[in-house]
Write a protein that binds this ligand. Sequence first.
Ligand code: AHR
Length: 655
Amino acid sequence: MKFKNQIAVGAGFLTALAFTLAATASPATITIQADQLGAKINPAMWGIFFEDINFGADGGLYAELVKNRGFEFPDPLMGWIINRAQLAKGEVTVRDDAPFNAKNSHYVRVRSEGTGLFGLSNEGFRGMGVKAGETYDFSAQIRSVEGKPVLKVQLYGGDGTLLESVDLKKLSGDWQKYTATLHPKDTDPKARLAVLLDGRGTVDLDFVSLFPENTWKHRSGGLRADMVQALADLHPGFMRFPGGCIVEGPWLDGRYQWKKTIGPVEERPLLFNRWNTEFVHRPTPDYYQSFGLGFFEFFQLCEDIGASPLPILNCGMACEFNSGELCPLDQLQPYIQDALDLIEFANGDTNTVWGAQRAALGHPEPFHLKMLGVGNEQWGEQYFERYAKFAAAIKEKYPDIQLISASGPDPAGDRFNLAWKKLRELHADIIDEHCYAKPEWFFNNAHRYDRYDRTGPKVFMGEYAAQSVGVVSTKNRNNLETALAEAAYLTGLERNADVVRMASYAPLFANTEAWQWTPDLIWVDSLHVTPTPNYFVQQMFSCNRGDEVLPLELSGLGKSDSLYASAVKDDATGEVIVKVVNANSQPCQANLKIAGGKTGSGQVTVTVLASGNLADQNAASQPLKVLPKTATESYRGGKLKQSFPANSFTVLRFE
Ligand code: AHR
């Protein structure tokens, strides 16, 4: 076992990053050896974990505003209400004869007697967020059955105010896609879309859709621009997708299958979202996966934001917290084939079967897939034997693809230890560790990887998040305390960048009105995106990644001092970057020394994340309560006197 880049205190050797030495009045000293380059840091070290949980995709990143647009939910009218003006008479029926597309078989027939406006309205995903001054693209499949009614496409505010109305006339007797652009006169977080017949007649409706025109990169039917921007601002090195337990499904038929998520959106079969019923205390009966954000969109998004794609695939096991259903080993081939085909879809030449599919979708260039996860949060012998079969087949055809393997739901214990033993024997590339624990765990484990074996598989801290109360507690909050605990822990990951190759917080998104799991990195409602203090920690790491680890020594700490620190060098700029968490309720004075090499003078950019109270958090009403602030200082002769505020995380960039 080698202990590279170990932080040392005085002449001693450290096993922890928090120091409780004898009380002293003098400031602490932080010494960085700028000329001793340590481990190379993976350029994709700090990434993001995406899962369709908490309305992360439908009702979140996927910008569709209509819920159950294809009437394919088991309750085909879920999300819709029948709307009638006073005295209006009519009928709405759900049918599946002669649909516009056999793969989207249900539609509604609206018959109006013409005595008033009659039809349906959609509530969206806990209300539709619309903004005055913006344009919204309506589309629907429509077939006129009888009479010549006008179809009114209208937007109503949450209080019933009419925000916009457009007429569609002379409707065809055959299914036809109609479009309209809507311009709401007011901003409203709880708008509804109505489709109403004006005049006597009967009309069939299906695939009723409404998107903001202002999607990410203005792609029609694309992603919510403000949410993608929040991801882009993280400068993520990788993007893990599509989860999470959603990969596994509660049973095998309910698993995520990437091939069902590409091609025309109306042909992507709807799937029950496993978070619909997962928590009895947070039921979400209207949660289904439309796959409008499917695997093609995932690869495209990665390309847009410069993240290396990291798909996680089902390994023939349903979620072990649910049915734990297993695909028999002798029937595993279709699952393995899905993995091989996905690699071809991402990277294959356009004359291969799946490379041609990618080209047909508008992307002949490869997506440069380098990593693939086999299973999500699996454990037990049944996983290792399945992983071995995947690994053999994938490595034979694609030896350069790095495989991510699972170590179960906990970062310690029998299941975890067995996973490491077995996966080490199987020469696994990278092992995915999951960690949801109290803030204390994160502080206490800032040294965790100092003791890791330097040989064998590398580590992907694939899901981590400090829980202010406890795992799956609805009372967990994204507060400053959890963010600082994570920052302290991440200094340990960074310092051990030779072992820990990647890390991502989980889950990523949560809709404030439709979440199942808390805490989450980014909270959204229909109009706003609110980054948490935890988001800023992740961002401060990813935007200050550096290329090599530098040795850092802490000394002269007082009895109550509680500092966690790491240092790296940025090759492109030559800057030394130092990260320091002060987990004490008192400010900590320190002398920083950049030793070795040319220890000159210059500017230091100092970015501090702090707030008055450990319980402070951000909210849509106060989005910037806990926010990093940047200032510039000067250092001379490689030295800087710095006061680290109480309960703070600081990044210093030495010119
Ligand atoms: O991040 C939420 C869930 O936690 C993930 O789906 C799962 O992998 C883990 O148990």
